[in-house]
Design a protein around this ligand. Structure first.
Ligand SMILES: [Zn+2]
Ligand SMILES: [Zn+2]
Ligand SMILES: [Zn+2]
Length: 360
């Protein structure tokens, strides 16, 4: 078979996959009776009532007192969505689960740059596309321009392999959203709009200043390594991106994805609270007491620390290896880590931070 024909056949089978896709749909079932949930309803009753409507639906209880339903296909989902009474006595509402029935992928198709996002959506909607967003990139002059990459949202639980855009057959890649990063203090886990910290220079990790004045060498705000904070080589960025990838591809929560990631690789920026419990006993009694005191001070001063970070950064930039400098860095690390906040490590954790100080 010549290559051209082979390519066409592959395209055809891939497109068939998009058009004939009719996989499982996820629905949520909620009671509409005031102040009532499904928590108190017997599993036997639920199964029988469901089987009276349709068979082979997978049912899971959700934390909010509802039920998550996995149907065999779209037709079954449509049938269930029309139900408003369950088992003849319970008033219910069945709706599409908001995240499990959609997927996002990217295509590279510079030929589509001539169209608006709305026009592209209009053309691709017959292939289950529900949203189109174009990706911009900076050119050499520093201006933003179309990259030719488009992020497509599909009304499908599984991403198709390719999509037909006019006479183009575009390969679809899984879209991994970048980790949430504040563009003010440059740390992960929150947006600029809620940031309580100061604006930081991404090059030298000091208080934000004019670009021409940045002559202090590269330093990452997050991991203290000698690279630009926005570098894709930052070990913390790479780790967070990997968590995002697990979250998206396995359709699980961020917390679950992080747990899975920790089975593969240690946290490159570990919060002090997650230290092995046994390590606490290695320190002397007075150190343990000191640590306890520090923890309490740090908790109460968390906001204060965030607002006075630049002063600490300045202290660090003088290359201090004194105890106070170490203490400052530990405090900053614990503030920087997302999720778990406000604890200070013992002797062992302080020693792990020494390379950061010497790198200042
Ligand atoms: Zn921030
Ligand atoms: Zn700078
Ligand atoms: Zn870094």
């Amino acid at each position: 078979m010549d290559n051209k024909r082979k390519h066409k056949e592959i395209q055809f089978t891939k497109l068939m996959k998009v058009d004939s896709y009719n996989g499982p749909r996820f629905l949520t079932l909620k009671r509409t009776d005031q102040d009532e949930t499904m928590k108190t309803v017997s599993p036997f009753f639920i199964r029988k009532a469901m089987n009276n409507i349709t068979l082979n639906v997978t049912i899971v209880r959700t934390k909010d007192g509802g039920l998550l339903l996995k149907t065999v296909d779209r037709q079954q989902a449509e049938k269930l969505k029309k139900q408003n009474v369950f088992g003849g006595i319970i008033n219910i509402e069945i709706t599409e689960q908001p995240t499990l029935n959609s997927s996002r992928g990217t295509i590279f198709c510079p030929d589509l740059k001539m169209h608006t996002d709305e026009e592209i959506l209009d053309e691709l909607s017959s292939q289950h596309v529900t949203d189109v967003k174009r990706v911009h990139r900076r050119n050499k002059k520093g201006d933003f321009e179309d990259s030719g990459v488009f992020i497509l949202t599909f009304d499908l639980g599984h991403l198709p392999n390719s999509i037909d855009a006019g006479f183009h057959c575009c390969k679809i890649k899984q879209y991994i959203p970048p980790p949430l990063r504040c563009m003010n203090c440059l740390k992960f886990g929150h947006k600029r709009s809620v940031c309580k910290g100061n604006q930081i220079c991404a090059s030298c990790a000091n208080l934000y200043h004019d670009k021409t004045q940045c002559q202090q060498g590269l330093k990452c705000v997050v991991c203290r390594g000698d690279h630009h904070t926005l570098s894709k080589d930052c070990p913390v960025y790479k780790d967070k991106l990997e968590i995002q990838r697990i979250k998206v591809t396995e359709k699980i929560t961020y917390r679950e994805a992080r747990q899975k990631r920790r089975l593969q690789a240690p946290d490159p920026n570990p919060p002090r609270l997650r230290q092995p419990f046994s390590s606490l006993f290695k320190s002397q009694h007075n150190e343990a007491d000191q640590q306890k005191n520090n923890e309490m001070t740090n908790r109460s001063n968390e906001d204060h620390i965030a607002s006075t970070e630049p002063t600490h950064t300045d202290a660090r930039s003088f290359g201090g290896t004194s105890q106070s400098a170490e203490f400052i860095i530990i405090k900053q690390q614990s503030v920087a880590t997302e999720g778990v906040r406000g604890s200070i490590g013992g002797a062992e954790s302080a020693s792990t931070l020494v390379p950061c100080i010497s790198g200042a």
